[in-house]
Design a binder for this molecule. Structure first.
Ligand code: SF4
Length: 844
């Protein structure tokens, strides 16, 4: 992430340092001097969130598929890292090369959530790039953005040179081609480039639109170039015509989606009137099941993941979801790989589907009725009945789920107290549903969020409820649901309020963002970082009227800040849908052929793509080796002990990361591991020691069980080709094959201080003592007293900053070298954390 010397200085001092290494499996590293275009893909949230976003993976894959383009990644550093970078005067850099962001040609931000907006400013600030496009020089990179938030780009438009509205995978390549041609021609004038970009469908150039505010405060935008009065959303007509990443990057740490993500469909035609995604991703476009099966196989082989997540806005609607699931499970069950999906509508749950799902996942099942009363469900066009919800809950209880999660919204248009009461009644009735005899009563989680009207939906003119009303309604629901003994969760009304401001805001809000950032707002989507007082202070400073953006009821005649963005769903359709909502009329799903004229499809190039073939044919298997294994599972296994080294950057892997890294390396190398028996089988792998983060070792051991026929000699080579830098298997032997099958009695460490030095007089004092009692607090908080004189076997100072320490190992509480260093030499935390501590094979 930065130059090597600075990386080694800072990484030992920050939380979860592995997220800044950039050397994950399947990352793509190119010689940046040998390409024509260097693009940084920036995600304005933490690594664990950004690496879970498959849209960024798609762009990374598409851009890097071109030899003359290098795309690298950068995520918002955690606040501790931000402080360290600032203190060290180090700029924010991209993960793969460590090149400072400001030296890239283009930086492209993914905008998925309004509460991430202050992180954009943090990243630009850390990169040393001016916030506003108008303030940037010719030598600065071009800053662009894409993602669902561009449906109303205005609050952040002044920060960007260009924004991509709609599907990005083809647009970004068109944009890259134009940039490279412009550069080749010797182009230096940004405006000339932006003029060319403007011609690409989906490209929005904010500086080409002037904004004036009328006396009522409405933003009125006018295009500077009359040939481009609006920006039309880019639509990829057929997912099957473009490549999907076959080898996604496998992140370190604990990403929120730590599994293979497979987009099976884009767009949703259910027409829920509150749902922006349901409008701005139309029409529905299914990926062919053959492609899904083939891509899944490739993805699993390339990543070593043990879970596949099928992604779409409504996975249960996928044309042949049952046969597809059956095929996936049949293919991968023998390999202990599970299938999951994040979203299912209650009315798509069939006993067959639930039966398939329950084979792999029984912890929590989510149903989103969204509203309690049928009147309100009709108004929002949810098109599910109370009977659907009850039936689903019965199904999932019968099938043995332990927790059911229900999602509701408050503050929907025309909501009355009766509608809220209906939420309470529905939850209480569902709570009365009993599981079959002999089964434990499942838990029930009820989550409530405040409805936020979004651009390009039929509710875009509707007022959001006030902060106070939101608080009152959530409090009321919480009180009412107490007797139902459910776990009640809610999104903080203040968070919804800020999101509401930006969802339908205009360009004036850019100044609010800058003020909020200056006041310290960071990671506002994280409850532990969100600071409402700071936002209020920023609001006061800028003098902006929050109610103008939230609680104001718009009329159909009011200009809207996103009027120049043509999301392809027509305004007349949205107006009609709003009126149908008020009339209690529902609108059907166009997936099955009936068009409701939303305006998106021309039925020449753009039309719903729904899988309609014979699912059985479509799912014809390719007979991968894993199927052979299912037919011929190994009859016997043998235990092996592997020795390995953990050096350099690998010292930043924690123990749980190490388990994942090794298990996935075994999978990628095609080495079967024996699994435990029981409900949640796990691969049999055990590590002799769990080294603390930051410690290196030349002498580590782990034990596995593999099929008896496994070629032991080839094992180190196969594994090493799949391990990240710094991890290397050095030997394989049967248990007990090494001299000591138990950890040796004495373990030695070589310690090199990077800052500070060892004081020889401290060592002399230690040597002179007969006893040296040291208090050690265990993880459970218990304090034990250990005599260092008995535990330190030898300690030898070889230079001011170099020392060899050998510790005696006995059953019971043990000591880490860092504790000994601190006790004997009174070194500071920073000096110890930055020291290179290597567990060696030396003997005292
Ligand atoms: S134009 Fe018709 S078929 Fe196409 S997405 Fe809209 S409603 Fe569906």
């Amino acid at each position: 992430m930065m130059t090597e010397s600075k990386l080694s200085d800072i990484l030992p001092l920050v939380r979860q340092p592995s997220r800044y290494l950039g050397n994950e499996i399947n990352r793509i590293q190119k010689d940046l001097s040998a390409v024509d275009l260097r693009m940084a893909l920036a995600f304005p949230d933490m690594y664990e969130i950004g690496t879970s976003h498959f849209g960024m993976q798609i762009l990374y894959d598409r851009l890097n598929s071109r030899n003359n383009i290098a795309a690298e990644r950068v995520f918002t550093p955690d606040v501790d890292m931000q402080a360290r970078l600032k203190a060290a005067g180090q700029p924010l850099t991209a993960l793969e090369s460590g090149r400072p962001l400001r030296r890239f040609d283009i930086i492209g931000f993914s905008l998925l959530y309004e509460l991430n907006y202050t992180n954009i400013l943090s990243m630009l600030d850390l990169a040393g790039i001016p916030f506003y496009a108008a303030d940037r020089r010719q030598s600065d990179p071009l800053i662009i953005a894409g993602g669902p938030c561009t449906a109303n780009p205005e609050p952040v438009a002044p920060f960007f040179d260009a924004m991509v509205v709609g599907d990005g995978e083809e647009t970004i390549l068109a944009l890259a081609d134009i940039w490279m041609a412009w550069k080749k021609e010797g182009g230096t004038e940004k405006d000339a480039l932006l003029r060319r970009w403007q011609a690409v469908e989906g490209m929005y150039i904010p500086s080409f639109f002037d904004v004036v505010f009328d006396t009522a405060g409405h933003a009125r935008l006018s295009a500077r170039h009359p040939d481009f009065p609006t920006v039309r959303r880019a639509v990829l007509p057929d997912l099957n015509q473009t490549d999907f990443p076959a080898a996604p990057v496998v992140p370190y740490g604990r990403p929120v989606h730590d599994r293979l993500r497979m987009e099976i469909s884009r767009g949703c035609t259910r027409g829920c009137r509150f749902c922006q995604a349901g409008m701005i991703y139309r029409p529905v476009r299914d990926r062919a099941p053959e492609a899904i099966l083939s891509l899944t196989q490739k993805g699993l082989d390339a990543t070593g993941y043990d879970e596949i997540s099928l992604l779409s806005l409504s996975t249960g609607d996928y044309g042949c979801i049952g046969p597809l699931l059956t095929q996936l499970m049949t293919r991968h069950a023998a390999d202990h790989r599970a299938v999951s999906f994040p979203s299912l509508r209650a009315d798509t749950l069939t006993p067959e589907l639930i039966g398939l799902i329950k084979k792999v996942r029984k912890t929590g099942f989510t149903i989103a009725p969204e509203a309690g009363s049928q009147r309100m469900r009709d108004l929002i066009n949810k098109n599910i009945t109370r009977a659907d919800v009850e039936k689903s809950v019965r199904f999932v209880f019968e099938q043995g789920w332990q927790v059911i999660k229900l999602y509701f919204m408050i503050g929907l248009p025309t909501e009355t107290r009766d509608d809220l009461q209906a939420i309470v009644d529905l939850v209480k009735d569902l709570r009365r549903i009993r599981p079959p005899k002999g089964r434990r009563r499942p838990g029930m989680n009820v989550s409530v969020t405040t409805f936020i009207p979004k651009a390009h939906t039929p509710f875009q003119w509707h007022a959001q409820i006030s902060l106070e009303e939101s608080r009152q309604k959530i409090d009321w629901l919480r009180e009412q649901l107490k007797p139902a003994r459910v776990r009640f969760k809610w999104q903080r009304p203040e968070v919804s309020w800020i999101e509401g401001i930006f969802s339908r805001g205009d360009r004036r809000l850019a100044s609010l963002l800058v003020a909020a950032h200056r006041k310290g707002c960071r990671f506002d989507g994280w409850s532990d970082h969100f600071d409402f007082d700071r936002w209020q202070a920023a609001m006061d400073e800028t003098g902006l009227d929050a109610d103008f953006y939230t609680t104001r009821q718009r009329s159909f005649d009011d200009p809207l800040p996103w009027d120049h963005i043509d999301a392809r769903v027509s305004r007349s359709f949205l107006v009609k849908e709003w009126q149908r909502a008020l009339d209690g009329q529902t609108t059907g799903d166009c997936r099955q052929g009936k068009c409701y004229q939303c305006g998106v499809c021309d039925f020449k190039t753009i039309a719903p793509v729904v899988f309609s073939g014979n699912p059985a044919d479509a799912a014809a298997p390719e007979a991968p080796f894993r199927e052979n294994r299912e037919k011929n599972p190994p009859q016997s296994y043998k235990k092996l002990q592997l020795t390995y080294t953990k050096t350099n950057d690998a010292r930043f892997f924690g123990h749980l990361e190490m388990v994942n890294i090794f298990v996935r390396a075994f999978r990628r190398a095609g080495v079967d591991l024996k699994f435990t028996e029981g409900f949640h089988p796990k691969p049999k792998i055990s590590f002799a020691d769990s080294l603390p983060v930051g410690m290196e070792s030349l002498n580590e051991f782990l034990t596995i069980e593999v099929p008896s026929h496994t070629n032991i000699d080839a094992l180190p080579g196969r594994l090493n080709s799949q391990l990240p830098d710094g991890l290397s298997v050095t030997g394989v032997m049967p248990p007990g094959g090494r001299k000591q099958s138990q950890p040796p009695d004495v373990v030695c460490y070589r310690i090199d201080l990077q800052t500070g030095q060892f004081d020889p007089s401290c060592l002399q004092a230690f040597i002179a003592r007969k006893t040296w009692l040291h208090e050690k607090r265990t993880v459970k908080g218990k304090v034990t007293r250990l005599d260092l004189k008995k535990m330190v076997h030898t300690v030898t100072l070889s230079a001011d900053r170099q020392l060899t320490l050998c510790l005696t190992r006995k059953p019971g509480p043990s000591l880490r070298p860092s504790e000994v260093l601190k006790a004997i030499f009174s070194l500071g935390d920073g000096e110890i954390r930055q020291a290179r501590i290597v567990k060696t094979q030396d003997t005292p």
